[in-house]
Design a protein around this ligand. Structure first.
Ligand code: MG
Length: 363
C-alpha cells in the first residue's frame, strides 16, 4: 500500500473562547485556527490542525507563518513523497516550523488510519480509548473567582487542577487553595515567569504537595532548570523547553526536570511525539499531554496521542464545551467523570464541519 496525496485545502476560522484564558504573559480571547484538509489518491480525506497563535508570544510560529510555510514549502515536499506508512514521512528538509508540519502530518495519520479502518489511537499504539483529563485554570482577578472555578471544575469531574502562576500571584494563592482543598491533585504552571533569583520563593512551594511545577524558568534555560531542580523537592516539568527529542535528551541528561509535557503541535507531530514518549518510557520518566487551546481536530488528535502507555498524568485537552460555543467537529468531545472516551470509528473518529470556516487555499 502506498500513500500519495493529490489535493490540499486550507481553512481558517476565528473561534471565540467561552472564557478568556490568561497566563503569566498573555490573555487569549479568540483563536484564529488553521485547518488542513488533505485528500489522497483514493479520495480519502484527512484533517489536521495548526495550533499556533496569532502572535509569537508562545513560540516563534504564528497562524500566518504556518499558512505560508505549508503553501510554499511543506505541501510541495509532501506531494513529492510516496510512503507506505506515516512514520516514513520526512519533512526535515524544512527547519523547525513544527506547528505547520503538525497540521499536515496529522492529516496524513488520519488518512492512514481510515485506510486501515482503525481508530487513530490504535494505529498510534494506544491500548485504551479512555483518557483522564485535568482542568487548567488561568490567572483570575480575585481569589473568590478562582475558588469558584476550582469548585466547578471538581464538580464536573476533572481529575486534577492546574493553576497558572506568576510573580505576585503564587504563594498566597496556593495557600488559600490548599486551605480549601488540602488533598486535591494540584499543580502549577509558571510559563517561564521566574528566574534563578526566585529560587528561595520557589522552594516555598514544596510545602503545598504539588504534582509538579511546570516551566518555572525560560524556555532556553535547561541549565538553570537543572540548578533549580536540585533545590526543589517538587518535580519540575518542562513544557516550553521541549520542542524535540534532542531537547528531552539534554534535559534528562542535565536532570533539569523529572516530568515532560508533550504537546503534539509544538513538537512537530505524532512521529516526534512518539519518539519522545518512547525515550521517556525507557528511562522511567512520566509524560503527560499538554494543551494549546486546540479546536476539535487538534484536540481529538492530542487525546489519541495521550492513549499511549507512558502518558501518566491527566491530559490538558478537555471537553469541547469548556472552551468553545461550538466546536468544528461532530460529535463534540465530551467528558464523563473526568474521562474522555475516544470513538472507535476509523481515523480520528469525528466528523469535521468546516461549513463556517473560510477556505484560504486550494491546490
Ligand atoms: Mg505549560
Amino acid at each position: 500500500m502506498t500513500l500519495s496525496f493529490t489535493k490540499l485545502r486550507l481553512y481558517r476560522q476565528a473561534l471565540p473562547l467561552k472564557h478568556p484564558f490568561q497566563n503569566s504573559s498573555t490573555i487569549v480571547t479568540e483563536k484564529d485556527v488553521l485547518f488542513a484538509e488533505l485528500i489522497d489518491q483514493d479520495g480519502l480525506r484527512g484533517y489536521g490542525e495548526c495550533v499556533a497563535f496569532d502572535s509569537p508570544w508562545y513560540t516563534e510560529e504564528t497562524v500566518e507563518t504556518a499558512q505560508h510555510m505549508i503553501q510554499q514549502h511543506l505541501w510541495p515536499l509532501l506531494q513529492s513523497q510516496e510512503i507506505t506508512h506515516p512514520r516514513e514521512l520526512n519533512l526535515d528538509s524544512v527547519q523547525r516550523h513544527h506547528m505547520a508540519k503538525t497540521a499536515l502530518e496529522g492529516a496524513v495519520w488520519d488518512i492512514y488510519a481510515k485506510k486501515m479502518k482503525q481508530p487513530l489511537y490504535q494505529v498510534l499504539g494506544g491500548k485504551t480509548n479512555q483518557v483522564a483529563v485535568g482542568a487548567a485554570i488561568g490567572i483570575q482577578s480575585d481569589l473568590p473567582t478562582l475558588l469558584t472555578k476550582i469548585e466547578e471544575a471538581l464538580a464536573s469531574g476533572f481529575q486534577r487542577i492546574k493553576l497558572k502562576i506568576k510573580p505576585g500571584y503564587d504563594l498566597h494563592v496556593l495557600e488559600q487553595v490548599r486551605r480549601h482543598y488540602p488533598d486535591i491533585p494540584l499543580m502549577v504552571d509558571a510559563n517561564s515567569a521566574y528566574t534563578l533569583q526566585d529560587t528561595a520563593l520557589l522552594q516555598q512551594i514544596d510545602r503545598f504537595n504539588l504534582l509538579m511545577i511546570e516551566q518555572p524558568l525560560g524556555s532556553d534555560d535547561l541549565l538553570d532548570h537543572s540548578i533549580l531542580q536540585q533545590e526543589l523537592k517538587t518535580s519540575i516539568c518542562l513544557d516550553e523547553s521541549i520542542d524535540t527529542l534532542a531537547d528531552v535528551q539534554v534535559a534528562l541528561a542535565l536532570k533539569s526536570c523529572q516530568i515532560i509535557s508533550i504537546k503534539l503541535g509544538k513538537v512537530g507531530g505524532f512521529n516526534q511525539a512518539r519518539a519522545i514518549h518512547d525515550y521517556c518510557q525507557e528511562r522511567g520518566v512520566p509524560v503527560w499531554c499538554g494543551g494549546m487551546l486546540e479546536a476539535g481536530i487538534g484536540r481529538a488528535q492530542s487525546l489519541a496521542l495521550a492513549t499511549l502507555p507512558n502518558f501518566y498524568y491527566p491530559a490538558d485537552p478537555g471537553p469541547s464545551n469548556r472552551y468553545w460555543q461550538r466546536d468544528i467537529i461532530q460529535p463534540e468531545i465530551g467528558m464523563e467523570k473526568g474521562m474522555i472516551t475516544l470513538p472507535e470509528q476509523p481515523g480520528m473518529g469525528y466528523q469535521v464541519d468546516l461549513s463556517t470556516s473560510e477556505q484560504v487555499y486550494s491546490s
